[in-house]
Design a protein around this ligand. Sequence first.
Ligand SMILES: Cc1ncc(COP(=O)(O)O)c(C=O)c1O
Length: 397
Amino acid sequence: MTFNFDELIERRDTNSVKWDFPPPVAGATGSVLPLWVADMDFRAPPAVLDALKARVEHGIFGYARHTPSYIESIRAWLDRRHGWRVESEWIVPIPGVVPGIRLALDVFTAPGDRVVIQPPVYHPFRIVPFESGRVVVENPLLRTGGRYEIDFEGLERAIGEETRLVVFCSPHNPVGRVWRRDELERLVELCARRGALLLSDEIHCDLVMSGHVHRPAGLVAAGLSGPSGGDGIVTFVSPTKTFNLASLSAGAAVIPDPEKRRRFKRRLTQERAESANVLGLAASEAAYRHGAPWLDALLAYLEGNYRLLVERLAREAPDLAVAPLEGTYLAWVDFSSLKVADRELKEALFRAGVWLEDGPKYGTGGEGFQRVNIACPRARLDEALTRILAAVASLRR
Ligand SMILES: Cc1ncc(COP(=O)(O)O)c(C=O)c1O
């Protein structure tokens, strides 16, 4: 079956966060192209649309609960796609990954505890612990030759006495790394040795470029001897990035340790966050059961988009460095050679008619960068690149 990712679908007036709510930026034009927040300008897979239509046709949307069949669709996907064999009972449905992270922080840490993050990183990793009175400890990623690595010596130092928890992004948003097995082994071993819980946010796990393999932290831990067998890891997965279902409220925590799972589930109940969105359920189960061919085609298309971005920037603005995209559909582009303030850069981009995600939002190491969401029809990306290059030219004058 072929899928048409080239179709330009109008998203204005659909309550789209990406398209319908541009911020008031000086000099912005009315038809700004948004390549910022992480959703895609593609329709969900046909199998998902069919399942949603059937559910809507039924017409009753009363309270709903997750079924064993839904849990099985997640279990089977993790096994088939990632070779990770989890027990069905480890899978705890959640309304979203960020709510899941917030709940885990509440359950497994106390106000004043230290929580380690590795910026530049998805901004809720900093904001959520900070807002709940945890002390956010930064261990910035190392950037050498344009490539990002974990600073393991820094991490040894960062995980101190009062540190209960490390929040980890795998694959990493925004720098696009898919972590190698040896990196994951070192991380898992270090957290286990220091007694820190590892929250592994693997929402981007299915969005991996060819030549790279995503390895779930829990799978890596299971292969290690010693105390790191996975009991100290809570993994978050979701079909919402993979299949473009972000507003349908779905996701799951995978918690092998029974005691941690019991505490987490109790808290979900207390928060009244355990009920299911029926449309999210129908869409997610269909996606996990039947979405693989669509996903394979999507990944090939995204690689083509990434090549376009790299080639045009190399040809027309070779001083803008692009971090190698190993996973996610978010290209991390370094504009610092322009030597302009982030605000000036953002305004120039808006004036040229393109809306990217500001690097500084991702914390330390984000200054001078913009994150470019390449999950759109290629013609739209090409036009956005023309506008980005026009903004760059205006700043060089
Ligand atoms: C690393 C990461 N985690 C979580 C989310 C959001 O998850 P949810 O919408 O399920 O809360 C995103 C969205 O971009 C993300 O990049």
